[in-house]
Ligand binder design. Structure first.
Ligand code: CA
Length: 239
C-alpha cells in the first residue's frame, strides 16, 4: 500500500482506480486509461480497493463485480459511504447487469464483459463529464462557512457581511477547503489540487496561505489536524 500513499494527483490529471482480480484485464484497462492521460492505480481484491480508495481519493472507480473477498457490490457500498465517487461497474454479462441495477448499489454506469477499450474509455469520459456538469451547477451557489460567505462566481468573500480581500491563491485555497468542509487534506494534496504542484515541495507555502486566511477571515476558518494537514472549519490552532 506504500505506493498508494505517495500518489498525488495534480489538478489536471484525473485519477482512476481499477478494481479487477483478473490481472490481464486490469492491466489492459489500466494501459488504455493511462494512454488517455489518466493516472491509474490497480487493486486486485475488494479490501485493497476500499483502502486504496480512501488513500487515493480517485476521480473515478472502474469496479469489477466479481471479486474475491468483498464483492463489487460491497466495495461499491463501502467506498460510497464517506465520499461520493463515480463508479463504472464491470459485469460478466447483460443479465447480471440487470440484477445489479435492480439492487441500486450506487454504481453510476455498467459495462458488461467483454467490452472494447474504446467502449470503456467512452464510458469513463462520459461519466466524468456528467460529474463535472453536476459540480459546476453546485458551485454557482454561494458557499457558507460560519459567518463567511463565498461567492464562487464573482470570487467575492464576506465575513459578517463585510467584504474581505483575498489574493487569487488564498481564494482558491479557501474555496477548495470550504467546498469540502468534512475533509482534511495534507499539504502535498493541497499543493497538487490548488497550486498544481506535482512534486509535493512547498509545504511552507501552504502554511503561509493558511496563516493569511486565518488573519483575514478569523482563526477558526481553517483547522489544523496534527500529522495530517488542514481542513475548513473550526478547531484551528493558529500558529
Ligand atoms: Ca473478476
Amino acid at each position: 500500500m506504500a505506493d498508494v500513499l505517495t500518489v498525488q494527483a495534480p489538478s489536471a490529471t484525473r485519477t482512476v482506480l481499477v478494481v479487477e482480480d483478473e490481472a490481464p484485464i486490469a492491466e489492459a484497462v489500466a494501459a488504455r486509461l493511462r494512454s488517455e492521460g489518466f493516472a491509474v492505480q490497480i487493486a486486485g481484491d475488494g479490501l485493497t480497493a476500499v483502502a486504496a480508495c480512501e488513500q487515493l481519493q480517485p476521480d473515478l472507480v472502474v469496479l469489477d463485480l466479481m471479486l474475491p473477498g468483498l464483492d463489487g457490490l460491497e466495495v461499491c457500498r463501502q467506498i460510497q459511504r464517506d465520499r461520493p465517487v463515480p463508479v463504472l461497474m464491470l459485469t460478466a454479462r447483460d443479465s447480471e447487469t440487470d440484477l445489479v441495477v435492480g439492487l441500486a448499489v450506487g454504481a453510476d454506469d455498467y459495462l458488461p464483459k467483454p467490452f472494447s477499450a474504446r467502449e470503456l474509455t467512452a464510458r469513463v469520459h462520459a461519466l466524468l463529464r456528467r460529474v463535472d456538469r453536476a459540480a459546476a451547477r453546485s458551485t454557482t451557489s454561494p458557499l457558507r462557512l460560519g459567518s463567511i460567505e463565498v461567492d464562487v462566481e464573482s470570487r467575492r468573500v464576506r465575513r459578517d457581511g463585510e467584504a474581505v480581500h483575498l489574493t487569487p491563491t488564498e481564494f482558491e485555497l479557501f474555496a477548495f477547503l470550504a467546498r469540502r468542509p468534512d475533509r482534511v487534506f495534507s499539504r502535498p494534496q493541497l499543493l497538487g489540487e490548488v497550486w498544481g504542484y506535482r512534486d509535493g515541495s512547498g509545504a511552507r507555502t501552504v502554511d503561509s496561505h493558511v496563516r493569511a486566511l486565518r488573519h483575514k477571515l478569523g482563526a477558526d476558518v481553517v483547522r489544523t489536524v496534527h500529522g495530517v494537514g488542514y481542513g475548513a472549519g473550526p478547531g484551528a490552532e493558529p500558529a
